[in-house]
Design a protein around this ligand. Structure first.
Ligand code: GLN
Length: 494
């Protein structure tokens, strides 16, 4: 593994400042690594090498002129559901296989304007519907920690390409999206930081929608510091997304001498659920003890609607999916079937060819829930229970500051085992600990803690009330400094 590409954003930036490294040299070296290893991992759908080298040249020129931008020379990847001007954006689907956007998603645009260099677009479950990165027309992405890449582990999903790209040192950071856990789940399995902000702090403009009321862009990095740097660069109001929070965003600075003295941490007992492995339970319990030993007040609490979350999430997800997917009709953009015998035939053939079975199932189920006779029974009822889930968080945060839970119930499953179950059953297990935060809109972060007996990452999740990002990051950094998971990357053979 290259030592240079394993440096943090600040360390790399310093090397550029001191002229010890030039963005072009760095970019070329990382592309060498990508070419050597990406075939095994399949993290990318599209690589943008030519574009990246052009951007690296621009960064180098700015540095030479003393006009360096904050992220000049820093390599980033973007999940392939963020629009990137002139670079195809597929959502892992036939429908958008050749779709080339004419504009950038705001969050990516902010990275580009800060000097960051796009290495490519990463693999995902089709339209972000999944939790394994196994349902893309470009094939599955493999977990970089797999003992044997011929019998690989899943990397988690749906932002699995982004998580793998960060873990494999194909970039310093990658954007993911998080509707029910899609940033935190692959972060957990891939041993990287996965952060979902408070809903509305990051613009969704140009993020191809899955569930508008829950979607947020997510950030994947190796370290908490890197995550804060990227978050500070891309957060804030956006006129192009009316759901962004209007107040201007104050960049977060981590406290030099943070301690856990007055921090109250809740351990919600419902997260100790069926299927939680003893290794994850042990990591969770030990971390709770460790935080207590270091001054935090740790107490067990109850969030009784946690177990209802998965059902409610599934209904609301499918309803919003049914409505969002209506735009793909073969007329304006995307795939168009070869059948112009009638408008109806064109629509139906286009959609039959363009979507995979998972997407079609969700559209069908969503439309069923939204039928006039079912609307109240399913959709309205699910909205009411969503409120109860959200109230669970409100009540919890009136007593405690942060929640500590597992992110996933186990280490990464084998791809061959995972794909024996259908998408709905996969999600029911994978999203258990992550989807409640999306329904409440609160921020959450997954942090790797240790390696399991299979030598695979085990991670935990911190959640806090809206706008508690600073406390989450400070606490995560406190944990990161003590667990030193980062050092395990030296064991990877990539
Ligand atoms: N697994 C969930 C789903 O398929 C989460 C998706 C996501 O967060 N994009 O809906």
């Amino acid at each position: 593994m290259s030592r240079i590409s394993n440096l943090s954003i600040k360390q790399l930036s310093r090397k550029f400042d001191e002229k010890l490294l030039c963005p072009k040299e760095h970019t070329l070296e990382v592309f060498k690594n990508i070419k050597r290893n990406n075939n095994d991992i399949n993290a990318f759908i599209t690589l943008s090498e030519e574009f990246a080298l052009k951007k690296a040249e621009e960064s180098a020129n700015r540095i030479a002129l003393g006009k360096k931008l904050k992220l000049d020379g820093i390599l980033v990847a973007c999940k392939d559901n963020f629009c990137t001007k002139g670079i195809r954006t597929t959502c892992g689907s036939i429908m958008l296989k050749n779709f080339v956007p004419t504009y950038n998603a705001t969050v990516y645009d902010k990275l580009e304007k800060a000097g960051a260099i796009l290495v490519g677009k990463t693999n995902l479950d089709q339209y972000g519907m999944g939790s394994g990165t196994v349902d893309s027309i470009f094939g599955p992405t493999k977990n970089v920690w797999s003992e044997n890449l011929n019998n690989p582990r899943i990397c988690g999903g749906s932002s699995g390409g982004s998580a793998s790209a960060v873990a494999a040192n194909f970039c310093s950071t990658a954007l993911g999206s998080d509707t029910g856990g899609s940033t935190r789940n692959p972060a957990s399995y891939s041993g990287v930081i996965g952060f979902k902000p408070t809903y509305g702090l990051l613009s969704r403009h140009g993020l191809i929608p899955l569930v508008n009321s829950m979607d947020v862009p997510g950030i994947l990095t190796k370290t908490v510091d890197d995550c804060v740097d990227i978050f500070n660069t891309i957060a804030g109001p956006d006129d192009l997304d009316s759901t962004t929070i209007k107040k201007s965003f104050n960049p977060i600075e981590l406290s030099e001498n943070f301690n856990l003295k007055n921090v109250k941490i809740g351990i919600p007992k419902e997260y100790n659920c069926e299927g939680l492995t003893s290794e994850v339970l042990e990591a969770w319990t030990k971390m709770a003890d460790f935080l207590e030993e270091n001054g935090a007040r740790v107490e067990e609490i109850s969030m009784p609607y946690t177990t209802a979350s998965i059902f409610v999430y599934s209904i609301l997800n499918q309803c919003e999916v049914a409505s969002n997917m209506a735009r793909y009709d073969g007329i304006e953009y995307g795939h168009r079937a070869d059948d112009e015998s009638s408008t109806e035939n064109l629509y139906s053939k286009t959609r039959a060819e363009g979507f995979n079975g998972v997407v079609k199932n969700r559209i069908l189920a969503g439309n069923y829930f939204l039928l006039r006779k079912n609307y109240e029974k399913y959709f309205l009822k699910a909205l009411k229970v969503r409120r109860l889930v959200s109230d669970d968080f409100k009540k919890a945060f009136s007593k405690i500051d942060l929640l500590l839970t597992p992110t996933t119930l186990s280490d990464a499953p084998l791809l061959s085992d995972f794909t024996k179950n259908n998408n709905r059953d996969q999600c029911a297990v994978q999203d258990f600990c992550t989807c409640p935060a999306n329904m409440a809109g609160v921020p959450a972060l997954s942090i790797p803690i240790k390696l399991s007996s299979n030598n695979l990452p085990i991670s935990l999740q911190l959640m806090g009330p809206n706008f508690s990002e600073k406390l989450i990051f400070n606490t995560a950094k406190f944990i990161e400094n003590r667990v030193d998971f980062y050092l395990n990357y030296n064991k990877l053979k990539l």
